[in-house]
Design a protein around this ligand. Structure first.
Ligand code: BES
Ligand code: MN
Ligand code: ZN
Length: 487
């Protein structure tokens, strides 16, 4: 969906017009039918509430929608404005109308605020229709353009920036939504190579032979039952000073997780196509950062593997040697994400000597039990880093909640035969997974692990997404980079 800017409503030539209104303060220049209609239908302008009425202007019937953005003073103002924009495109996406004009002229919104409305509108209009060849007419999307009319000066520039973020989120959603017969390690890499053309990003790919030479026995062990070769994808955006050490983001990219020989039960296994949501978030964030030319050196690394049962698959009890030299007893082949991440984490620390490393992963079902679909969990060895991520979560809407790390939990993954085992007891499953990862973090490195298992996929529409891939993580990273790395 495209956004176009106009000075006046005439120029937009739309039969469908929307106005963003503040709660309990209906504008006094509304046509009578609209003002009375809104009153009669108890429209108050609460965040995301929509009223639609009709009135006549210049001999033509105009469809006028009012959308609420809550109260000006409310905390979360930007999120409310996004929701307002999202409510409009959710309502009109398949309405038969091709264009929607949002009349900002007397809205009182500044450029950033208007851009937030447009961002919400754009994000909520995203759908992945590639595989739907038989849609009924009323299912087909019709809305193609949102005309922003009379918006404050500078809204177009603010939109340029927001649009880069939208493209990043959409790329994350695309990667997550694609099924595992389409997106596997090699095709994930190719999709990125294609999408990053002309963005100024440098891409590097390690194949299995190179990873074997580096000693990545943990990552390779996971992919060993798959017909698809594992890959390590590196996406570099060097927009900062040459002297600045890069900040690293590492994503779990298990393009399908059957559980391996510790096979998962069939019910819901199709969800495991989105077990690459961490990698998807990293790739989408890199696209956003490059798109808005972030003044920072950022490297995104995706550990891409498919976890399959097979005659060559690793067995429970196998012992693998990680790139760090530490040995791991693979008690459960379904605890594969940490096996992938540990080698990726070791590699990025050796390769880039970073000060800060953040990983994102759909790592444990236990995280969903703890937090549901409202927050991702964050674990960190550094309070400031944790605080910055929590703040970025709040500001972007990709919310996080902090969990503890402690030696008492770490003990739970000691193995009698190797340096560690890849699972602990049933309890505190998300924490022992984080403790496992921490064993691969070198002294002096600020590290955070985000367990986003509950966040990358939604069974029902949310604030700025429909059912399915949410795009979680891309905005979190983008916001963290803006507020804590750049400037
Ligand atoms: N990818 C799963 C975690 C997951 C489950 C993410 C459901 C999203 C939804 C991960 O690889 C996994 O299988 N974890 C196991 C770990 C266990 C074997 C210690 C889990 O959570 O059950
Ligand atoms: Mn698993
Ligand atoms: Zn997994």
């Amino acid at each position: 969906m495209n956004i176009e800017f106009h000075d006046s409503l005439d120029a937009a030539k739309s039969r469908l017009v929307a106005r963003v209104v503040e709660q309990d303060k209906l504008p006094d220049d509304l046509p009578t039918t609209i003002a009375q209609g809104a009153e009669a239908s108890r429209f108050k302008g609460k965040t995301g509430q929509v009223f639609e009425g009709f009135h006549e202007a210049d001999g033509k019937v105009v469809r006028l929608a009012l959308v609420g953005a809550g109260k000006k003073k409310d905390a979360g103002r930007m999120a409310a404005l996004e929701k307002a924009g999202a409510a409009l495109t959710a309502k009109y996406l398949t309405s038969g109308e091709e264009a929607l004009a949002i009349d900002f002229a007397s809205s009182g919104l500044d450029a950033e605020e208007a851009a937030a409305v447009l961002l919400g509108a754009r994000l909520r209009s995203w759908r992945w229709d590639t595989y739907r060849t038989k849609m009924r007419d009323e299912q087909k999307r019709t809305l193609k353009t949102v005309h922003a009319v009379g918006a404050a000066e500078g809204t177009d520039a603010a939109w340029e920036d927001a649009q880069a973020v939208a493209k990043g989120v959409e790329f994350t959603r695309e990667l997550v939504a694609e099924p595992a017969n389409v997106i596997y390690p090699q095709s994930f890499v190719e999709r990125c190579q294609e999408r990053f053309k002309g963005t100024g990003v440098e891409i590097q790919v390690l194949d299995e032979d190179e990873m074997r030479t580096l000693g990545m026995g943990a990552l390779l062990g996971v992919g060993q039952g798959s017909r698809r070769d594992s890959k390590l994808l590196v996406i570099k955006w060097m927009g900062g000073k040459a002297s600045e050490k890069p900040t690293l983001f590492v994503g779990k990219g298990v393009t399908f997780d059957t559980g391996g020989i510790s096979l998962k039960p069939p019910g819901g296994m199709e969800d495991m196509k989105w077990d690459m949501g961490g990698a998807g978030a990293v790739a989408g964030a890199m696209l956003a950062l490059a798109g808005r030319k972030a003044k920072a050196n950022i490297v995104g690394v995706c550990g891409l593997v498919e976890n399959m049962p097979d005659g060559n698959a690793q067995r429970p009890g196998d012992i693998v040697t990680s790139m760090s030299g530490q040995t791991i007893e693979v008690i459960n082949t379904d605890a594969e994400g940490r096996l992938v991440l540990c080698d990726a984490l070791t590699w990025v620390q050796k390769e880039f000597s970073p000060k800060t490393v953040v990983d994102l992963a759909t790592l444990t079902g236990a995280m969903m039990i703890a937090l549901g679909h409202e927050h991702g969990g964050v674990f960190s060895n550094d309070d400031k880093l944790a605080d910055n991520l929590l703040a970025a979560g709040k500001a972007s809407g990709d919310k996080l909640w902090r969990f503890p790390l402690a030696p008492e939990y770490d003990k739970l993954i000691d193995s009698p035969i190797a340096d560690m085992k890849n699972v602990g007891p049933r309890w505190a499953g998300s924490i022992t997974a984080a403790q496992y990862l921490q064993r691969f973090i070198e002294d002096g490195v600020n590290w955070a692990h985000c367990d986003i298992a509950g966040m990358v996929w939604a069974d029902k529409p949310g604030a700025t997404w429909g059912k399915g891939a949410t795009g979680y993580g891309a905005r979190l990273i983008d916001r963290f980079v803006r507020d804590s790395v750049e400037g």
